[in-house]
Design a protein around this ligand. Structure first.
Ligand SMILES: C[S@@+](CC[C@H](N)C(=O)[O-])C[C@H]1O[C@@H](n2cnc3c(N)ncnc32)[C@H](O)[C@@H]1O
Length: 319
């Protein structure tokens, strides 16, 4: 497949997964495999293009969380990122039945770890744990292993969320951030979570939902006996607050783009595509007139995005 075909397979795969009404039949195993091939190729490309410190989620903004992170990591905010994506990672561990000072000897698995930068950040927040990041993109894993892995603290493995390469009951805390909307079979992933978590183990799950995907998730959570769901918080406002700050003209995001060598039009197109990738539509982004014109004449592809309804944080405990 060439790049355009991969993009098409990825966007139509995402639509199939996230817009299907619960209980309707989808494309089956072949379509699922096509989506996974497209997804790992897209994130392989992202891994090649990403800079040191980049994370791949939409982020959140909450000044209280910023203060709590600074109390644990003095200098947070001066790491060369805007810190919004790290705040989402902090939230994932913040209000769990296990306190942040109680991680000694525990095993943490992140499924869909992308660049590994988020898990690396968590390894400095919740010290003493053995952390493993897993991702479907071989290049993201190779890059994370080469730059972030630390013996007995942090390692990275290639794998599929729907078929986790871990023995039953071997994980104490399973983190999943903005990844599960890519999985063709969410039920299969949740049954894998149920299998690998130890009794009392915790799933902390953060993702963006269409109306249909949320309905499907609620139905599945009721069906999986081994997981007790303890929270389901809508955090959309805090996610929109981060996206809005990233889109502002004086943001870290625009300053980073301004430092790259390209002509002004290429920079506007790059800004537009990155704003779309980082949730612009969810926060009410309207493409500028010049981009709308370029789309009309076919120079910039028109991307309307999926109708995402909410961004949520959900926690479940293994019985
Ligand atoms: C939007 S990125 C989020 C990455 C990271 N959690 C972060 O917040 O920076 C989604 C990630 O999910 C991964 N992914 C997609 N499908 C997957 C699957 N079936 N198994 C494991 N990882 C998957 C992608 O490769 C990508 O790294």
């Amino acid at each position: 497949m060439n790049t355009a075909e991969i993009m098409t397979a990825f966007t139509s795969g995402l639509a199939d997964i996230n817009l299907a009404e619960p209980d309707t039949a989808r494309g089956g195993e072949k379509a699922a495999e096509r989506m996974k091939t497209a997804s790992s190729t897209i994130y392989d490309m992202a891994a090649t293009l990403s800079a040191k410190g980049d994370l791949w989620n939409w982020g959140m903004y909450d000044p209280e969380i910023v203060d709590e992170i600074r109390a644990r990591l003095p200098g947070f905010g001066e790491f060369g990122t805007d810190g919004f994506s790290e705040q989402l990672y902090f939230l994932a561990l913040r209000d769990l039945p296990i306190g942040l000072d109680d991680y000694d000897g525990r095993t943490v698995l992140e499924v869909g770890c992308g660049t590994g930068e988020g898990l690396n950040f968590l390894s400095r927040i919740a010290r003493g744990a053995r952390m493993t990041g897993l991702d479907l993109s071989p290049r993201a894993i190779a890059r994370a292993s080469a730059t972030l892995a630390r013996a007995d603290v942090l390692e990275f493995v290639h794998g599929d969320a729907e078929k986790l390469p871990f023995v039953d009951g071997s994980v104490n805390i399973l983190v999943n951030i903005e990844s599960s909307h890519n999985y063709p079979d969410l039920g299969r992933f949740l049954r894998e979570v149920e299998r690998v978590l130890s009794p009392g183990g915790i799933l902390t799950h953060i993702d963006v939902f269409t109306r249909q995907r949320y309905a499907a998730m609620r139905r599945m959570t009721a069906e999986i006996d081994g997981l007790t769901w303890v929270t389901d918080h809508d955090i959309s406002d805090r996610v929109r607050a981060a996206i809005g700050r990233r889109m502002a003209s004086d943001s870290h995001f625009h300053a980073t783009l301004a430092r790259q060598r390209m002509n002004p039009m290429a920079r506007r197109i790059a800004a537009h595509s990155q704003i779309l990738m980082f949730g612009g539509m969810f926060a009410g982004y309207q493409p500028p007139a010049v981009i709308r014109l370029l789309s009309r004449i076919g120079i910039v592809p028109w991307v309307s995005g999926l109708p995402m309804e909410s961004y949520r944080h959900q926690v479940a405990v293994r019985r």
